[in-house]
Design a protein around this ligand. Structure first.
Ligand SMILES: [Zn+2]
Length: 297
């Protein structure tokens, strides 16, 4: 499943072919993805200029010149393929899938095709169809049902120890659950939380509120915030990761999984110098947590 760094990577790839470009045709192969397309979806986009793109949590937002915003979510298996006028293809966010067929724009899982004025096509393929597309007025974006409850961006300016301390104060939930709370932090997922907690030397099982004192907060919250930013920034620079074959805009596979310190490394030696511990896997809120019990307290 694409996490924040993968969505950022796909968004940056789409920027190169959409920003400043006019979409002249939108072809839908079906009436819904996860949800039905909104009324008049294709007609409302056709003829519009794409002013800019932005990522918000795991949503990609395309601001159109008519005042509407196209909201895209890749779900579990969504990806884009760019097909230029000569038929050359570039994949954006391709996840390994046995059932996948080449994204010709006519394959069984090619659900939406956006065509630019110059004939370049952007094909949306989604075998599992958990992705979604919606179209809303820009002023309604903040109150949109999918976006209204989302917390702040972990790479934004507001994010830091002070913000975490406010969010965690009095919380008895495990630290990992606190960090995965999407109403607190937007788009932070399982892999990157495991990696950041390992770097910060904090146990995923300790109470989130245990890092907040009456008089202030534990200085390790500063480390945690810094490591969250670093892990995400490194993953974006590496073109994402996700398990299987994530392909970034230049067509190379994302490489961040090669540097996972704990994620998916159960039973292996802790990579922290001088630790000597063994990576353990536990299940928290139905999801695997990987951590080193020796150096994460
Ligand atoms: Zn360790």
């Amino acid at each position: 499943m694409p996490e924040l760094p993968e969505v950022e990577t796909v968004m940056r790839g789409l920027e190169t072919v959409l920003t400043g470009q006019r979409i002249t045709q939108v072809t839908l192969a079906r009436s819904n993805l996860r949800f039905p397309f909104p009324p008049g979806f294709a007609k409302r986009i056709e003829g519009r200029l794409v002013l800019r793109l932005q990522r918000r949590a795991k949503y990609i937002l395309a601001f159109l010149d008519g005042g509407e915003v196209l909201i895209l979510h890749l779900g579990m298996s969504g990806r884009f393929t760019i097909i230029d006028v000569r038929g050359r293809m570039t994949g954006l966010g391709e996840f390994y899938d046995e059932a996948a067929t080449p994204d010709s724009g006519k394959g069984p899982h090619d659900h939406v095709v956006f065509t630019r004025a110059d004939g370049l096509r952007i094909v949306y393929t989604d075998p599992r169809r958990f992705g979604l597309m919606d179209l809303v007025a820009e002023e309604g974006l903040g109150t949109h049902k999918l976006l209204a409850q989302i917390g702040i961006e972990p790479l934004g300016n507001e994010f830091g120890a002070v913000y975490l301390a406010e969010g965690f104060r009095g919380k008895k939930a495990p630290l990992k659950a606190g960090l995965l709370d999407q109403t607190l932090i937007a788009g932070l997922g399982n892999i990157y939380v495991c990696e950041a907690l390992h770097r910060a030397g904090l146990s995923p099982k300790r109470k989130a509120g245990s890092l907040v004192k009456k008089s202030g907060y534990d200085p390790r919250l500063e480390d945690l915030a810094r490591h969250i930013r670093a892990v995400l920034t490194e993953a974006i620079a590496a073109g994402g990761s996700t398990l299987r074959d994530f392909v970034h805009p230049q067509g190379d596979k994302g490489s961040f999984q090669q540097v996972f310190a704990v994620y998916d490394r159960e039973g292996e030696k802790c990579r922290k110098r001088g630790c000597g511990g063994t990576v353990k896997r536990i299940v928290q809120s139905g999801r695997s947590t990987f951590y080193c019990p020796k150096c994460q307290k």
